[in-house]
Design a protein around this ligand. Structure first.
Ligand SMILES: [Zn+2]
Length: 214
């Protein structure tokens, strides 16, 4: 079941690796299907050697519907996020370096480049520490998302969300670009930030139906 969706999850995981947002078996990718099932990448498997049948199908309470692999250790947190946020159908967790670095010294990554509000809908909060593989990680993510598509987990990594897998993926990639640019600018001096008005405009320009081919 869900062969197409499993292929899409694998492609997204490999894209995250290509953009250096995950390494080896770190992080995870998950989606909620239109039937309400949840597809999650397995625990501790290297993405390069993963095949579609390694992706596990669950119900929203975590019961295994299909698959023989152990699910990601963050599944409890992922299911919590999907339960709490009905508009979210995809959750990505990475250990991306630049956004995580911002999280070590700041409470918010401000919007300094337009791609951040384009993809993530605004400045990105840093959630207080929660340990990996815990329900608390999901609770913190929901509490600090603040209607954006990403949240930085202090001393850990990033969670991005979207109504589609593509939204969550773009959010992770553009968040990293924005964090990198911001850090570079901070080395040179005081970055000029976008105004609230400019952030609103940047969010509006990338609403569904406005940008892209579909
Ligand atoms: Zn992690």
């Amino acid at each position: 079941m869900y062969e197409k969706e499993k292929e899409e999850i694998l492609h997204a995981a490999l894209a995250l690796k290509e953009y250096r947002l995950i390494a080896l078996s770190g992080g995870n990718v998950s989606i909620r299907t239109d039937k309400g099932h949840v597809l999650v990448t397995p625990s501790g498997m290297i993405y390069d050697s993963m095949v579609p049948s390694d992706i596990v199908v669950l119900d929203i309470d975590g019961n295994i519907i299909e698959g023989t692999r152990k699910v990601s250790v963050d599944t409890e947190a992922i299911l919590y996020i999907l339960k709490k946020l009905p508009e979210v159908n995809s959750v990505i967790h990475t250990h991306q370096v630049y956004a995580s670095a911002v999280g070590l010294v700041m409470d918010v990554l401000p919007a300094a480049v337009t791609t951040l509000p384009n993809a993530c809908l605004g400045p990105i909060n840093v959630a207080p520490f929660s340990s990996a593989a815990s329900l608390e990680m999901g609770i913190m993510a929901v509490d600090y998302l603040n209607n954006k598509r990403a949240v930085i987990l202090k001393n850990h990594g990033v969670i991005t969300v979207g109504s589609t897998l593509k939204e969550a993926l773009y959010s992770a990639v553009y968040l990293e670009d924005a964090a990198k640019t911001y850090i570079m600018a901070r080395i040179l001096g005081n970055p000029v930030l976008l105004t609230e008005e400019q952030v609103k405009e940047a969010v509006g320009k990338f609403k569904p139906g406005t940008y892209g081919q579909s």
